[in-house]
Design a protein. Structure first.
Length: 66
């Protein structure tokens, strides 16, 4: 699962070179997925941190517009 997550992180960084907002949006979605996976594996502290960062990145991108 971590290899897939790292692949998505590299993909979002690559897209961020083309369009910053879409790259940050994908990064926020990946952080949401990480928070769900960590919450299921009883790592609640890191899952809350991932959730908050994902929330900030995703909502911030939606507010500023693509």
């Amino acid at each position: 699962m971590r290899k897939i997550g790292l692949l998505f992180l590299l993909l979002s960084i690559g897209i961020a070179f083309i369009n910053v907002n879409i790259g940050v949006f994908i990064f926020g979605v990946v952080l949401f997925i990480f928070s769900i996976v960590n919450f299921q594996s009883n790592k609640r502290a890191t899952s809350y941190i991932y959730f908050l960062f994902g929330l900030v990145f995703t909502i911030g991108t939606i507010i500023t517009g693509f």
